[in-house]
Design a protein around this ligand. Structure first.
Ligand code: NAD
Length: 248
């Protein structure tokens, strides 16, 4: 039977690119989405048309009851889980810290770190040999912002990704002897819709030119790195924070 991978926030961007590549490599994929059912269904239909196996599961990762329901869907559909990509994430309008509301700060943390914690917990409960599982792999989608700090822009976002790096390091050690590898990718500037929400006009083009490699990256380039960490080629990697940032 195919290995089963859950990808959060997979209806577009890096998550959707990862779903497409995972299926090509023989995985069955659960495409989690929060609100855009149409886009999630389109990904699954495209995958099915190409002979792959995928299914959708609605859920807001910041809500515990939603996360439990998503994992129950995976249990019901395939009865196993081998991979989790904690990809769902939000980036809000560019705002200085002194103008930032507490609601916004909490919202960013709720998705970017509480969501990853909830999904990792449910995955470990299924994958860990200590729970009778067969092992598995978790890849957290962090950000280069976690080490840069993004001053004057997205301090909340950067701090949430710093927490995700630390969760990756700690959890990787906790479950290393239980057959579960836990790693993170730290993308730099990637051309996706996440930048549509905020930032001054032309910001993405301006930043792209400052990347040492000379451009921003694509969702597919990040997805390939995620899939490497997921694969047996990375069997001795756990607790790794892999920069996918064009040298930034
Ligand atoms: P995107 O906006 O295209 O995709 C993000 C996805 O997450 C969307 O499908 C969105 O609906 C989903 N999502 C958001 N909140 C959710 C929630 N509470 N529950 C379930 N799904 C939720 O952006 P992307 O660039 O593909 O982002 C994917 C990941 O990559 C994010 O974690 C982001 O922080 C990270 N990242 C992106 C960049 C970049 O430059 N694009 C750089 C570094 C890190």
């Amino acid at each position: 039977m195919d290995k089963v991978m859950l990808i959060t926030g997979a209806s577009k961007g890096i998550g959707a690119a990862t779903a497409r590549i995972a299926v090509q490599r023989g995985w069955t994929v659960c495409v989690n989405y929060r609100s855009d059912e149409f886009a999630a269904r389109r990904i699954v239909e495209e995958i099915s048309a190409n002979g792959g196996r995928a299914f959708i599961a609605q859920g807001d990762v910041s809500r515990e009851e939603d996360v439990l329901r998503v994992f129950e869907t995976v249990d019901r559909e395939y009865g196993r889980l081998d991979g989790l990509v904690n990809n769902a994430g939000i980036l809000e309008q560019q705002t200085r810290l002194d103008q930032m509301s507490a609601d916004r700060f909490a919202r960013v943390f709720a998705t970017n770190i509480t969501g990853a914690f909830l999904c990792a917990r449910e995955a470990v409960r299924r994958m860990s040999t200590a729970h009778g599982g067969q092992g598995g792999t978790i890849v957290n989608v962090s950000s280069a912002a976690s080490r840069i700090g993004s001053p004057w822009e997205y301090i909340d976002y950067a701090a949430s990704k710093g927490a995700l790096d630390t969760l990756t390091l700690g959890l990787s050690k906790e479950v290393a002897a239980e057959g579960v590898r836990v790693n993170a990718v730290r993308p730099g500037l990637i051309y996706t819709d996440i930048h549509a929400a905020g930032g001054e006009p032309g910001r993405v083009d301006r930043l792209g030119a400052t990347v040492p490699i000379g451009r921003g990256g694509t969702a597919e380039e990040v997805a390939l790195s995620i899939m490497w960490l997921m694969s047996e080629d990375a069997s001795y990697c756990t607790g790794s924070l892999l920069d996918v940032a064009g040298g930034r």
